[in-house]
Design a protein around this ligand. Sequence first.
Ligand SMILES: *Cc1c(COP(=O)(O)O)cnc(C)c1O
Length: 393
Amino acid sequence: MNIKELDKQFVLPTYARADVEFVSGANATLTDSNGKKYIDFTSGIGVANAGHANKRVNDAICKQISNLTHMSNLYYIAPQARAAQKIVQASGYDMMCFFGNSGAEANEGAIKIARKFGERDGEVKRYKIITLQHSFHGRTITTVKATGQESMHNYFGPFPDGFVYANTMADVEAALDDHTCAVMIELVQGEGGVQPQDKEEVQALAALLKSKNILLIVDEVQTGVYRTGKFLASNVYEIEPDVITLAKGLGGGVPIGVVMTRLKDVFSAGDHGSTFGGNYLSTTAACEVVDVLREYYESGDLEKTTLLFDQSLESFYNAHKNIFTAKVGIGMMCGLRVKDAETLGNVISNARKEGVMVLKAGRNTLRFLPPLTITKEEIDEGFKSLTRAVAGL
Ligand SMILES: *Cc1c(COP(=O)(O)O)cnc(C)c1O
């Protein structure tokens, strides 16, 4: 049986897969099972921030797993402690980390921190968490409920109580009450359609929440790990959240999630845990990814690449205003609004045929999350393919 048939017979059909199977990658270039090459403007949805098959990351992983891949969190794990230090230092915040295995799990940890904080702190038990419409926080029962998209709440109930959705940032204040323990936001909504929040509004919200002793949780699962120009979008927005979650770009493709918080004593032994979380494999990968990208950022190369990508995107946008209605995003998290959903679908499938991978976000946004280490040649090649892809539309 070929792979397509095997998949159809044995893997539950939760994904509408495109008809392509990649077999190798090198930085922002992918090769499929027919030997065809593609430029990757997706990083596997914001994961391969340091490029596919990054040699330093792979060497570090191979060296570690030839010694030890996993033991358990009952004992000290050197790369976990080092990864926590590197993450905290790169963030610039005075925080501590807990390691899980995915974005949803990181957000579950954030929600548990907020709920425990709300239980202990104050006269009444505070448990409500405000999130935004069009947000995306994950696929577990709790994080799917935290996600402000009614279409995702059709089945699977009853859900945990206490999630309240605000339409926009301006509506958050009105949604707060005596039972609110936290507000959870993405600074740039990713799945919701590459929607950056307004910096002043975010700063005003952060100040308001501080004055009311309500936690600010920033879901940086997609925006984190230099995706938006600095280690965290919270650094770009110049705020000091109480809780931050990371995942996608942190492990170079090895599953990992982190919840970090300034509330260092909120959890005691037994309050939270994970079998795989923070093991030798994933935290060794994270250590090297953070080192590689921190050097890349500090050398000024990230800014140069971001500028190059942005200039190419800008000229592509200007040349195709018959299809695209706006250019959005921050850093290497970018999008073009497409005039209608049908055209968006055609752009994405034509792009694949022409050898460039791009993503959809929300209903009408073409999303770009290239590896941060993408070269000028790869950028040029990708936009040439994309130009061919929209030629007939
Ligand atoms: C992808 C994503 C998640 C979920 O991460 P998983 O690793 O798929 O569980 C949560 N929040 C945001 C903002 C994301 O982009």
